[in-house]
Design a protein around this ligand. Structure first.
Ligand code: ADP
Ligand code: NA
Length: 331
């Protein structure tokens, strides 16, 4: 009954890495031709951990440029930044009064990000998943393409939507569904294979950044393959080496092949052959993106215009929905 609408976001907290690309952005690009897609640079989320203003300002433009360089077309999708559409923050506040502390206390990402000293974490970091629910519900979103790490947050958005609908005896909000890719749902650190590849990892060798040049990509892959011996000839054996499994999954996702097929192709042979093939794939996929990124970033005014036009379009959808929400709750 609800019209299909796709929404997702990315934080401007650093440069885009392979996990963002394979886990989320590549799916966004694939979905854009189906229409009704909204993608957002979530700057309000970024400030839940301390940011340097000048760096944040550049990161916002860089992320927008990177998304376009990855293939998002601002003529086909709405591309904007969160803080330019006030409905997100307004609905956040309303939903803060719907969500319970108990629900938020269960969020594993908060625990990871807050670390040992939770009392020092910002209130914003704790309420982050509610803002995410607001991002999604502000557009009556039905589909949210994200990586595996966001599954719990989308579940929370569903719970919040359901509770709102129940309290106000309405079917106002559709229940948003996470759309998670099969092989690259959780790209892991190249160094440990144990934690997810992330913008915030201190060790740059842990990730491939979309803008790494070919020699750096080769170096990082060589380092990641160092000491692996050979790639296992079976998927069961592969699972005993998280580092190797991660690399094979990355290869499979890039080649759009089954993991089984990749194991068949490279299993039992020296890692050098796999290492070269993986680096070649990465360079072939990322070099054009990197070049387009540099070109886009040379015209900052153009990027700002794209984001401003996107914000106008986003507001024209979000504001009437927010008006309805105020009406439903008696304001
Ligand atoms: P980060 O965690 O690197 O700061 P964001 O929180 O901005 O990235 O996430 C942007 C999108 O990228 C989300 O959909 C998230 O699920 C996805 N994503 C982030 N890291 C990974 C990863 N290592 N593997 C797969 N998807 C990821
Ligand atoms: Na994340």
């Amino acid at each position: 009954r609800h019209e299909e609408l796709t929404f997702s976001g990315i934080q401007p907290t650093g440069t885009i890495h392979l996990g963002n690309y394979l886990g989320a952005i590549r799916n966004w690009v694939a979905m854009q031709d189906e229409g009704n897609c909204i993608f957002c640079v979530v700057d309000l989320h970024a400030i839940t951990i301390p940011q340097v203003p000048e760096e944040l300002r550049s990161h916002i433009r860089e992320i927008a440029a990177a998304l376009i360089a990855c293939g998002l077309d601002p003529d086909k999708v709405i591309l904007f930044r969160q803080s330019q559409v006030s409905a997100h923050a307004e609905l956040w506040w309303i939903l803060n009064s719907i969500a319970s502390m108990g629900w938020l206390n269960r969020m594993t990402q908060f625990k990871q990000k807050a670390g040992k000293d939770q009392a020092e974490a910002s209130v914003g970091l704790f309420a982050y998943p509610v803002l995410q629910a607001a991002d999604v519900l502000t557009y009556k979103t039905t589909h949210v393409p994200v990586g595996e790490d966001q599954r719990q947050h989308i579940e929370l958005a569903r719970d919040i939507a359901m509770r709102f609908n129940t309290i106000y005896a309405t079917e106002f909000f559709p229940l948003p569904e996470a759309v998670i890719p099969k092989d690259a749902a959780r790209v892991m650190s190249l160094v440990s294979g144990q934690t997810k590849m992330s913008k915030s990892d201190q060790d740059d060798n842990s990730r491939i950044n979309l803008l790494d040049d070919p020699s750096l990509i080769s170096e990082k892959i060589a380092r990641a393959c160092d000491g692996l011996g050979e790639i296992s000839g079976s998927q069961e054996d592969l699972a005993t080496s998280p580092k190797a499994e991660n690399l094979v999954r990355i290869y499979a996702a890039l080649a759009q092949e089954d993991v089984g097929k990749v194991v068949e192709e490279f299993g039992g042979s020296a890692t050098e052959r796999f290492q070269r093939a993986l680096a070649d794939r990465l360079v072939a996929e990322l070099s054009p993106i990197s070049q387009e990124f540099q070109r886009l970033l040379s015209d900052k005014a153009h990027l700002d215009r794209i984001l401003a036009a996107g914000a106008d379009k986003a507001r024209s959808i979000a504001d009437p929905i927010l008006d309805d929400v105020y009406d439903i709750i008696g304001m």
